[in-house]
Design a protein around this ligand. Structure first.
Ligand SMILES: Cc1cc2nc3c(=O)[nH]c(=O)nc-3n(C[C@H](O)[C@H](O)[C@H](O)COP(=O)(O)OP(=O)(O)OC[C@H]3O[C@@H](n4cnc5c(N)ncnc54)[C@H](O)[C@@H]3O)c2cc1C
Length: 316
């Protein structure tokens, strides 16, 4: 049995940030992830200056591709305007792998299935034992399913369903675009260029709204694909989008039960306006680590529910 003071299940932005911070304070940490990194993650990969600050990343010193987004073209209700902003786009496969490696802790490729309490410890699949357990396994996190499902329910009305694809698109238009509420989509669609000639395109909307509208996410995707071709934003590409679902924030219950903590998508922390989840994942990972170190309570009170503010008034 492998023993570690803290075990973090999930090595995405929440888990990697938590492990990174704990390691800085000299705590013994191990991360379990079902995937081998670098791994693919459906995500537009837009990050804010605040996220860079929380992670202590100087965009110029980040060793992989990072694109500064200074202007976004926004389409809404038949209107179109350019919004000055200050954001960044990264590729999740590179970003997540780098964050996890930088944390400097042992990472085990292992899909956690069963977790039980034994005395004052937690035992995972009879193979790992820890005193502190951090759930950072995203929407399907086993720590959430085992300990928090009843205590912090993630309501159906907070469920966001998405489709997206990232691909090489040489000569791509360098301007990011967002389309809000088009053709009844209860959400928005995006076109986000990346460094190195990649783009990420996708759309997401509230599950409840889609069910009510009678138009599924696939139909919205088909219209979106046509639009991208019509606008010549994408040519000569056969799409094969991926689906993923996650929850926007509703504080329905605790994120800590004794020595068990949940972070990021496991806790359902994405912002309620834009569905930004990387920033809240990082922030919650760091706050959970600080709570473990200090013994003080862990709560989402110091985390913003909104992203629009940082779009309109970015602090660099
Ligand atoms: C299509 C789409 C676009 C998005 N675009 C953006 C965006 O542009 N900007 C933004 O800020 N947010 C965006 N988000 C949200 C963002 O991707 C998530 O909120 C963020 O990834 C959450 O990070 P996390 O670390 O909590 O979870 P994840 O990144 O999902 O990481 C969880 C990790 O846990 C591992 N895991 C899962 N189950 C187990 C298990 N049983 N055992 C071991 N390991 C396990 C997984 O392999 C994974 O590596 C988007 C989401 C989607 C779906």
């Amino acid at each position: 049995m492998l023993e570690s003071d803290v075990i973090v299940i999930g090595g995405g932005p929440a888990g990697a940030s938590c492990a990174w911070k704990l390691r800085q304070y000299g705590r013994e940490v191990a991360v379990l992830d079902k995937e081998t990194f670098p791994r693919a993650k459906p995500c537009a990969g837009w990050i804010t200056p605040a996220t860079c600050r929380n992670l202590d990343i100087q965009p110029g010193a980040y060793p992989f591709g990072i694109l500064a987004i200074r202007r976004i073209t926004v389409h809404a209700y038949g209107r179109c305007f350019a919004l000055p902003t200050r954001q960044y786009s990264i590729r999740r496969s590179e970003f997540d792998s780098w964050l996890l490696e930088r944390a400097g802790v042992p990472v085990h490729t292992h899909r956690a299935r069963t977790i039980r309490e034994e005395g004052r410890t937690f035992v995972i699949d009879d193979a790992f034992r820890c005193r502190f357990l951090v759930g950072a396994g995203g929407t399907a996190c086993p720590v959430y399913a085992t300990f928090f499902r009843d205590r912090r329910p993630r309501p159906r009305e907070s469920l966001i369903v998405t489709m997206e694809e990232e691909f090489a698109c040489p000569g791509a238009d360098p301007v990011s675009r967002l389309w809000f509420f088009e053709e009844g989509l209860p959400g928005y669609a995006w076109y986000v260029p990346k460094s190195g000639g990649f783009v990420n395109v996708g759309l997401g909307g509230k599950h409840r709204g889609l069910v009510g509208s009678g138009k599924g996410i696939r139909e919205h995707w088909d219209s979106f694909e046509k639009k991208l071709r019509r606008l010549s934003l994408v040519r000569d590409h056969e799409f094969s989008p991926r689906r993923h679902a996650y929850f926007i924030r509703q504080d329905t219950g605790p994120m800590q039960l004794g020595n068990i903590y949940i972070t990021g998508d496991a806790a359902g922390l994405a912002t309620i306006d834009m569905g930004e989840g990387i920033g809240p994942a990082v922030r919650s990972g760091i706050l959970a680590a600080e709570a473990i170190i200090s013994g003080k309570p862990y709560s989402p009170a110091r985390m913003s529910r909104l992203s629009l503010w940082s779009f309109l008034f970015p602090i660099v």
